[in-house]
Design a protein around this ligand. Structure first.
Ligand code: 6MZ
Length: 343
């Protein structure tokens, strides 16, 4: 039998069943898969030979241009399928039992990939049978830089493939570009069609002016919610809107100074719902188990508190009450079978 002395914090965090709700597919591609895809694509794009993901960024505006390279690695249906499959396998190995991936459908004129064939390729992988104990769902992302027409196109695609485990729509992309208000009619349509909605929220100071607009939409979850003024905080707390927390992402992209300063500390004090997530594990080099370990070490959380954090995350999934009950039962069974790991 394993005792607590043989199960260190990192191993506990891997074994703990976890929920991942904020993972962008193209940002989650591991160095190993990047290498595999680079080998496939190097003749076509020789410039990829010198591409390495930097370990540190000076500011968040240095983050978005990385995708000019990453998108060359996934420029066709086969490559995006390989990336999606490997990302799912890696999350499963890291103890994730329920995963909501998100991605922005993208076309590529050279390869003939369309937004529809991109989405189909991702969904085919999400829905393929797998041995691992992991349930996978998809959130379709709308990029802030999109025109309203493009945003509608994305929602229409989600409607077309809705029976294939698409559960929600997300607003993401370069935080210094575009506006939610401009794209709002597409989000209204998504809501009317019955999709859940999550919005990247207040990652940088410049986003704060549009916060009232985003909140007036009534999002089901918020991504990051890093900078909150008092009225915004009140609205989020009183409506108990769950927040997707990505500690390493925020610290590496310098929207939060240090782990100790991270705004998750306020949520812990307020007992406000949050879900620990990775954001872009391929770019920030941190798996979900590592995010649990960082949160635990930074805020002195016990193993019981980590288990409760993971268990409560189930309430924030874009799924119905039956699925939530099934997952909670699975979590409780794991807890009973692993009582020794909590000492
Ligand atoms: C750091 N925080 C973040 N804030 C906002 N958007 C982000 C993001 N991290 C990733 N993305 C969005 O996700 C895309 C990559 O995955 P997909 O091509 O969709 O699979 C990026 O191009 C960006 O638009």
């Amino acid at each position: 039998m394993v005792t607590s002395s043989t199960l260190d914090l990192s191993e506990f965090c891997v074994q703990l069943p976890k929920i991942e709700l904020h993972a962008h597919i193209n940002g989650s591609i591991s160095p190993k898969t990047m290498h595999q895809l680079r080998e496939l694509k190097k003749h076509k794009y020789p410039e990829l030979a010198d591409f390495v993901v930097p370990e540190q960024l000076d500011r968040i505006s240095d983050f978005f241009p990385l995708f000019k390279f990453i998108y060359k690695l996934t420029d066709d249906e086969e490559a995006i399928a390989i990336a999606t499959r490997n990302v799912i396998d890696e999350f499963a190995k890291d103890g994730v039992r329920y995963l909501e991936l998100r991605t922005t459908p993208r076309r590529n004129e050279d390869t003939g990939m369309t937004k529809e064939s991109y989405l189909k390729s991702v969904l085919d992988v999400i829905n393929e049978p797998r041995k691992e104990n992991i349930i996978v769902r998809l959130i379709v992302s709308i990029d802030r830089r999109n025109t309203l027409e493009e945003a509608f196109e994305t929602v229409d695609l989600a409607v077309k493939f809705r029976t294939q485990n698409i559960v929600g729509i997300d607003l993401c992309g370069d935080v210094h570009q575009g506006s939610f208000e401009h794209l709002r009619p597409a989000f209204d349509k998504a809501r009317t069609e019955g999709f859940y909605v999550t919005l990247h929220f207040n990652e940088v100071v410049e986003n704060m002016v549009e916060a009232p607009n985003l909140l007036s939409f009534g999002p089901d979850r918020l991504g990051h919610a890093t900078l909150l003024d008092e009225p915004t905080r009140q609205t989020i707390y009183s409506n108990r809107i769950p927040i997707e927390i990505c500690m390493t992402s925020n610290v590496i992209s310098k929207t939060v100074k240090t782990f100790e300063d991270h705004h998750v500390k306020d949520l812990l004090v307020e007992n406000h719902p949050f879900v620990l997530c990775t954001d872009d594990k391929g770019v920030f080099f941190s798996d979900l188990s590592n995010e649990y370990a960082i949160c635990s070490t930074t805020f002195k959380m016990t193993r019981d508190q980590l288990f409760e954090t993971s268990l409560h995350s189930i309430d924030a999934i874009f799924g119905g009450s039956e699925l939530k009950s099934q997952l909670k039962q699975q979590w409780q069974e794991w807890h009973q079978a692993n009582a020794h790991a909590f000492n």
